[in-house]
Design a protein around this ligand. Structure first.
Ligand code: SAH
Ligand code: SF4
Length: 349
């Protein structure tokens, strides 16, 4: 069965016309999908015959939710989806007072292989198709709708390197932003990357002002070569140049992520290097306390060390925040699909 979101708008309209229907039916179908309709039968303003032909030819989604888990007293929920062909990916919904953020996956596994990341430890599966990315958001929107909430932000911080699946990610962003579907402003969409420079440049040309997050983690090549292996190909100074060019092109402030690893990247030297790399630039540094991953040599710094590193970075004249503990627990799931927390709290649906 063809997942309906894998069909471009024009083709769906063509299909409709072949079935004796007007093109505007396509908008009605999309708006039902955005509202989280689980099957075509629920699309009440479509003629019965059309609903039946749709059901015969298309599926509403290709994703199969196979497990869920929750944290932060159900403010954070994680869903594991099986994709067609058997790989699985995770998406995480984080509920805050003023917004609801979905952390989404763009690949099953990740080819970059950062040594602190649970996703990078598993063999790479495959790229997700655009509709598989959008379907994660539609499923989240459905769940949130039943709670009287609205999906407001999407971050590409789940499994995978979005810039290594460029076309599908850009297409999915356009769909997420499409007012006929979810209508999430690109400004509320964060694409996080380990630093594929040519793709960052290309993204700047798309006229799609998404917020760019750079997973920096180290400000010197020698250390970043180890923590984010793609650095050997795209060194850190060139990366920051590319990110700043993106920021200028789009008018968006770039954010720099820094996973805090005790004794590895949390010293005065690291803060000073970060200072000379970013000072005077339109940038925001986001410190993420490391979330433990089995079989890695890394540890999270204690609270005092996190606070002191934040102060050191601040003293460099940089804008810096630390992800709050709730966020930290939530972020734990992003990119850490197979990690212990998930296994322990697994509830099969
Ligand atoms: N591949 C992209 C996006 C997915 S990872 C990227 O690397 O940017 C999203 C973020 O989670 C990245 O900043 C990544 O470095 C961080 N991350 C990965 N493993 C983590 C862990 N164990 N603890 C805390 N953050 C982690
Ligand atoms: Fe891939 Fe990002 Fe994990 Fe690195 S941190 S292995 S780039 S998902």
């Amino acid at each position: 069965m063809t997942p309906i979101l894998s069909v471009p708008a024009a083709e769906l309209e063509q299909w409709l016309s072949e079935h004796g229907e007007q093109a505007y039916r396509r908008k009605q179908i999309w708006s039902w999908l955005a509202k989280g309709a689980m099957d075509f039968g629920a699309m009440k303003d479509l003629p019965r015959a059309l609903r039946e032909s749709l059901s015969a030819d298309f599926s509403v989604t290709s994703l199969k939710a196979i497990a869920t888990s929750q944290a932060d007293r159900a403010l954070t929920t994680k869903t594991l989806y099986e994709l067609d062909g058997g790989h699985s990916v995770e998406a995480v919904v984080m509920r805050y007072a003023e917004r609801t953020t979905l952390c989404i996956s763009s690949q099953a596994g990740c080819p970059i292989g950062c040594p602190f990341c649970a996703t990078g430890k598993f063999p790479f599966g495959r790229n997700l198709k655009a509709h598989e990315i959008v379907e994660q958001a539609l499923d989240a929107a459905r769940v949130l709708d039943s709670e009287g909430r609205r999906l407001s932000h999407v971050v590409f911080m789940g499994m995978g390197e979005p810039m290594a699946n460029y076309e599908a990610v850009v297409e999915s962003v356009r769909r997420l932003a499409d007012a006929e579907l979810l209508g999430i402003s690109p400004r509320r969409i964060v694409v996080s990357t380990s630093g594929l420079i040519p793709r960052i440049a290309r993204l700047g040309d798309e006229k799609l002002p998404v917020t760019l997050a750079i997973s920096l983690h180290a400000a010197r090549d020698e250390l970043r070569d180890v923590l984010v292996p793609i650095n050997r190909k795209y060194p850190v100074h060139d990366l920051v140049d590319a990110a700043q060019a993106y920021g200028q092109r789009t008018g968006r402030r770039v954010s720099y992520e820094w996973v805090m690893l005790a004794g590895v990247n949390d010293s005065q030297r690291d803060a000073t290097e970060l200072g000379s790399l970013l000072r005077g630039k339109l940038a925001h540094v986001n410190l993420i306390p490391f979330n433990p991953v089995d079989d890695t040599p890394f540890h999270a710094p204690d609270r005092a060390a996190i606070k002191s590193f934040r102060e050191m970075v601040q003293a460099q004249g940089l804008n810096v925040t630390v992800r709050d503990t709730r966020g930290r627990e939530a972020d734990a799931a992003c990119g850490q699909l197979h990690e212990r927390v998930m296994r322990n709290k697994l509830v099969t649906v």
